[in-house]
Design a protein around this ligand. Structure first.
Ligand code: HEC
Ligand code: HEC
Ligand code: HEC
Ligand code: HEC
Ligand code: HEC
Length: 337
């Protein structure tokens, strides 16, 4: 498909050059061939970052970015695909983001796929290093304000046409957190005051002080982080109804991704505390999700119930090697007449 669409304009260009070789510039005709060759020795290069940026490397290794190709859930998902995951590689095994630009779908990598989404994907282009501020490391790091914006993340997390299942971007861009100036980094890379170079062997060489940094934790529900408090919940009886107000506090729709289910369970009781009924409601990724744009009010028939106990939870799908689905609590509350 890709080679087909690329061959056609090149063929057209060659005809064009043949006929009008004396007229105008032909630069644009050869644009497809100017795409840089894929970097060699990527895994080795990523391993060198550890020597000086030990803290950041340890954090990153614990995340699904480091495992975006080896992740057993991902591997199970590509096992039965005719293309064996080729179409997934732009985000699960990307070349440097800066080759296409932040906010645009990255190019796929052919080699070293097991190093996932790594330091080089986000911080290098060719031999140059880029980061949130100017610094003196490795011949100088070029400051780029985009590191503090959502665009960098949207390269993969906001490509609804390439992969709607893994899109947090569309709901983030219209949500209240984005309007308040919060980025993906605000919630998934907690702020810290620390040194950029932390390594027992090398730190003596550098006398660089602490800076306002962000931890590369990329907290996520698969690792049990950030889920409690991901939404707020208030409930009150209004005549024969129970009115529930839910507000996603995620910055994007909740659940954030395919396969998760967010579930509200309500247990109604009479004055003596005896169960008189139950109610239930579920949300899934996509049009069905809890929106990031503000509170949602839902009413449930409550009859003559005097009390209601509410639980909001998220269920993650079963993963290979684990028998049961994981249920994570988001919020609880009670209402009494
Ligand atoms: C998914 C993209 C991504 C990956 C992967 C990544 N970083 Fe970063 N890195 C960022 C962003 C975004 C910032 C800016 C954080 C901020 O606002 O301070 C950053 C900041 C930094 C900084 C500056 C200090 C700071 O915290 O602001 C260093 C040093 C750094 N990264 C090193 C690394 C190393 C080493 C790796 C690999 C182990 C790595 N990064 C992997 C996105 C990434
Ligand atoms: C020999 C030690 C060393 C190695 C190896 C090393 N760095 Fe650095 N790096 C530094 C120093 C020193 C700084 C500057 C620290 C400062 O100014 O506070 C730095 C700063 C950075 C920053 C700074 C962010 C900014 O905005 O200024 C990034 C990003 C970074 N390195 C990425 C990497 C990556 C990616 C690798 C691996 C490919 C790597 N570094 C390997 C020493 C090293
Ligand atoms: C090159 C593509 C790419 C970029 C850029 C990227 N991510 Fe990811 N991210 C992924 C993939 C792929 C996964 C999931 C891997 C898996 O589950 O197999 C992921 C997983 C995550 C997770 C869950 C991690 C966990 O360990 O639970 C969070 C949170 C996340 N990304 C946030 C961010 C943020 C914030 C940024 C921007 C600073 C960002 N990502 C940039 C591709 C990317
Ligand atoms: C446009 C970028 C992009 C493409 C293309 C892409 N993914 Fe992803 N994928 C992501 C991001 C970002 C995440 C992490 C956030 C999320 O789970 O929504 C992710 C996460 C996943 C996960 C983990 C979900 C979980 O429950 O934790 C699986 C499995 C997965 N992708 C499978 C695939 C498969 C299979 C393909 C190819 C058919 C593919 N992806 C193509 C960006 C992409
Ligand atoms: C206001 C804080 C906030 C902002 C802003 C935010 N998130 Fe989240 N995000 C959360 C919380 C809390 C969760 C956990 C609930 C869940 O799993 O849906 C979450 C979940 C996720 C997940 C699912 C992780 C997993 O493994 O289940 C991904 C991926 C993600 N966010 C990526 C992003 C990206 C990309 C952006 C920017 C476009 C972003 N987030 C902005 C708070 C935030």
């Amino acid at each position: 498909m890709i080679s087909g669409t690329m061959r056609l304009p090149l063929f057209a260009c060659l005809l064009f050059i043949g006929a009008f070789s004396l007229v105008g510039s032909t630069d644009s005709c050869f644009a497809p061939q100017e795409q840089p060759a894929e970097r060699e020795g990527l895994a080795r290069l990523v391993a060198t970052c550890t020597k000086c940026h030990e803290d950041v490397c340890t954090e990153w290794k614990g995340t699904l970015h480091a495992q975006s190709w080896t992740d057993p859930v991902f591997q199970a998902a590509i096992a039965d695909r005719p293309d064996k995951g080729e179409s997934c590689a732009p985000c699960h095994a990307p070349q440097e983001l800066m080759l296409t630009g932040f906010g645009k779908l990255p190019l796929a990598r052919k080699s070293d796929r097991e190093v996932g989404v790594n330091c080089v994907s986000c911080h290098m282009k060719g031999n140059r290093y880029f980061g949130p501020f100017d610094s003196t490391g490795h011949g100088g790091v070029d400051a780029d304000a985009s590191y503090r914006k959502a665009d960098l993340c949207l390269s993969c997390h906001g490509q609804p046409e390439a992969r709607a299942e893994h899109d947090q971007g569309s709901s983030y861009l219209v949500g209240t957190a984005a309007k308040d100036g919060q980025t993906c980094q605000s919630c998934h890379m907690p702020a810290a005051q620390r040194k950029l170079v932390t390594s027992p062997t090398i730190k003596e060489k550098y006398t660089i002080g602490e800076q306002a940094c962000r931890v590369h934790s990329f907290s996520g529900a698969r690792r049990g982080e950030v889920v409690r408090g991901a939404a707020s919940m208030i409930a009150a009886f209004k005549s024969d109804q129970l009115e529930v107000v839910l507000t996603a506090l995620t910055g994007h729709a909740l659940p954030a991704t395919e396969g998760r289910t967010v579930r509200l369970k309500i247990g109604f009781r009479d004055a003596a505390g005896v169960s008189v009924g139950e109610a239930y409601r579920a949300w899934r990724h996509g049009a069905d999700a809890l929106p990031a744009t503000g509170p949602v009010t839902i009413s449930f028939p409550a009859g003559a119930a005097q009390k209601a106990q509410l639980t909001l939870e998220q269920e993650l799908p079963k993963v290979p090697g684990r028998d049961a689905a994981i249920i994570q609590a988001i919020a609880e509350c009670e209402a009494t007449r």
